[in-house]
Design a protein around this ligand. Sequence first.
Ligand SMILES: [Zn+2]
Ligand SMILES: [Zn+2]
Length: 140
Amino acid sequence: MTDYATLLKESGLKATFQRMNILESIEHYGHMSIDAIYEEVVKTHPSLSLATVYKNIILMVENAVLVEVPIEGKKAKYELAKSDHIHLVCTECGEVEDKPHSQSADALFNSMSKEENFSLLKQQINLYGVCAHCQEAVAS
Ligand SMILES: [Zn+2]
Ligand SMILES: [Zn+2]
């Protein structure tokens, strides 16, 4: 398990219990919407408001502790900042699956950035489609 207190401090943020709780939930579930995060965190902090959770999440995105994964037609999900990986995003159920990032993709982006004289800071690759589970649901 990640040392959330150190992670927050190294990212220039105060390690509050609320923030550590948010990070713990997200690490447990992988990718979560703000509503789902709120539902989890409010169990331990009943007085917490959705607005406070929202503010904390946005702050942690700005400080690169969390990463936002946009989902078409649905609310974005959040994950802990990890090494580069590819997302398979289901537009039906909103499930997000992490897939390892291949070296050939890295090579492609590096050469592309070089050609365009583009200083690449970060990347996120999301493939949108329908997951195996949802395909089955449609077929039956
Ligand atoms: Zn699905
Ligand atoms: Zn991910």
